[in-house]
Ligand binder design. Structure first.
Ligand code: BLA
Length: 503
């Protein structure tokens, strides 16, 4: 990748967002020595917000005795951190603390005044959500329900359920809004909108909030750990100052406040719930926690359904596989066996055509390109020196000649079986023309003053995808691989039997 845009995107992914050296101003950060809770570093707004003078070397017990007492009790018991509400200088503040190496990061956050979302009201809401989620008929229904519930909890203008695809582009699959911000339902957003290091961080730290995009960052004093000289790692901080590029993105989108909650399924970032308001908007820490709980519950339900569908498919493919194997075992040439089960051969990977190419012939089942075209694919595969299995839903991208026969061969799985005369088994899928709507033209990356900027417009931009088939699923690719292993096994056994006969 050498074009300026790819370089820019790679540079984006290198921005060290976990060590910005500053926090957002709706709270205070104190970095404490874990052993005696002395203050090592403090955000520069600490004195004014806490109404106390904070000096390096001071002890937390002398400044905030209630919090110091609770922390020493709680942190020794609980590895995962601590959260509680305190009265500081006559106003309620939420305290959160987590360990980071030898230090403890204590964050104190102002509590928005919002009786509607008090703790007493959270539990009945969560229970109602759990009940309705269990009744949701499909993923779409669950995503809509989740968006509605999170909006009810938080009061944002618009809540989106955003799902990543294999290339890390995102797709808005659920939405709830009050009409203040435009609808993004059904739109896709390119992978570069959330670079790799941000995704990595969001997998580990699931909730983040930017209550006011026009905030002035508050730096930390001293800016490095006085004992190690290292910058302060804010990966797990709730106040971490945000990447300026992302703030520009939010302004371009017309949003002044944003919160997002990661959807993590089996340890992998599956998607995000992204919330926005046109005006600044804050959500209390305990409500953000309730959102995290609701989002992970919905994620488990969606993932459970997905798994059930995959298992059903695997069982079905397993049966097809067994019939194919039986057919190959009782004939002298495996290729004849496999073609005697034409329907199973296609069903094995959900293809509409299949072909075997060897020196002594070319056999086709279902809808295939012509023989010369099939041979040109094999020549290309051999020139490429490909691995044992190749799969693509966009053959013409890598092999432009394939555009000619896109109607039957836009998608390809190819496996090679090496024997005395190498053979290729190819499966084909036809073109399925799709129109995809993006949130703004993803090819229109803005470069100004030598660096990349987020695009200015998020207006729906439609792109027609040509020469592509429906994608092959992981289960289908695994089924092709299994069949290859089985054929190789049969071929080897035959060769051994033959060798014994001729000894
Ligand atoms: C972060 N980008 C984010 C976040 C979201 C998005 C949700 C997490 C922070 C938050 O909750 O606001 C993107 N927001 C979206 C998308 C939708 C949405 C896709 O509402 C769709 C509906 N962004 C760019 C470019 C770069 C970039 C070109 O557009 C890099 C050059 C970077 N985005 C970027 C960075 C972060 C980010 C660095 C991390 C911000 C941080 O946590 O510090």
């Amino acid at each position: 990748m050498t074009d300026p845009i790819s370089e820019d995107l790679e540079a984006c992914a290198r921005e060290p967002i976990h060590i910005p050296g500053a926090i957002q101003p709706h709270g205070v950060l104190l970095v404490l020595d874990r052993s005696d809770l002395t203050i090592l570093q403090a955000s520069r707004n600490a004195a004014s917000m806490l109404g106390a003078s904070i000096e390096a070397g001071a002890r937390l017990a002398d400044i905030l005795p209630d919090i110091a007492r609770e922390i020493s009790d709680e942190m020794s018991l609980e590895e995962s951190g601590f959260q509680q509400q305190f009265d500081i200088g006559g106003r309620p503040m939420n305290a959160a603390a987590h360990r980071s190496g030898e230090t403890l990061l204590l964050e104190l956050e102002t509590v928005p005044v919002d009786g509607e979302r008090s703790v007493e009201r959270l539990f009945p809401r969560l229970r109602r959500f759990a009940d309705s989620l269990a009744a949701a008929r499909d993923d779409q229904g669950a995503a809509e329900l989740l968006a509605r519930h999170i909006r009810g909890l938080t009061g944002f203008d618009r809540v989106l359920v955003y799902r990543f695809d294999e290339e890390w582009n995102g797709h808005v699959i659920g939405e709830d809004g009050n009409g203040v911000l435009p609808s993004y339902l059904g739109l896709r957003f390119p992978a570069g909108d959330i670079p790799a290091q941000a995704r990595q961080l969001y997998r580990l730290n699931r909730v983040r909030i930017i209550p006011d995009v026009n905030y002035v960052p508050v730096s930390i004093d001293p800016d490095e750990d006085p004992r190690t000289g290292q910058p302060l790692d804010l990966s797990f901080s709730i106040l971490r100052s945000v990447s300026p590029i992302h703030l520009e993105y939010m302004r371009n989108m017309g949003t002044a406040a944003s919160m997002s909650v990661s959807i993590v399924v089996d340890g992998k970032l599956w998607g995000l719930v992204a919330c926005h308001s046109r005006n600044p908007h804050m959500v209390a820490l305990n409500v953000r926690d309730a959102c995290d709980f609701a989002v992970q519950s919905a994620a488990m339900q969606i993932a459970g359904r997905e798994r059930a569908r995959e298992v059903a498919k695997q069982v079905q493919l397993g049966e097809t596989s067994r019939r194919l194997l039986a057919a190959m075992t009782y004939v002298s040439d495996w290729r004849k066996g496999i073609f005697a089960q034409e329907q199973d051969l296609l069903a094995q990977v959900g293809a509409s055509g299949a072909a075997i190419v060897a020196e002594d012939g070319c056999w086709c089942a279902g809808k295939c390109p012509g023989e010369a075209q099939i041979r040109s694919i094999v020549d290309w595969l051999e020139r490429k020196g490909t691995p044992d299995i190749v799969s693509t839903d966009h053959l013409a991208e890598e092999f432009p000649d394939a555009a000619e026969f896109a109607d039957v061969g836009s998608g390809l799985i190819a496996i090679t079986i090496s024997e005395l005369y190498p053979s290729w088994l190819l499966w084909f899928r036809p073109e399925v023309v799709r129109t995809v709507a993006w949130g703004g033209d993803p090819h229109k990356v803005v470069r100004e003053a030598g660096r990349i900027h987020p695009r200015k417009s998020f207006e729906a931009w439609k792109e027609q995808l040509r020469h592509r088939s429906t994608p092959w699923s992981q289960t289908e690719i695994a089924a092709a691989r299994n069949l290859r292993d089985a054929v190789v096994g049969i071929v080897l056994r035959r060769a051994e039997e033959l060798a014994q006969l001729t000894e």
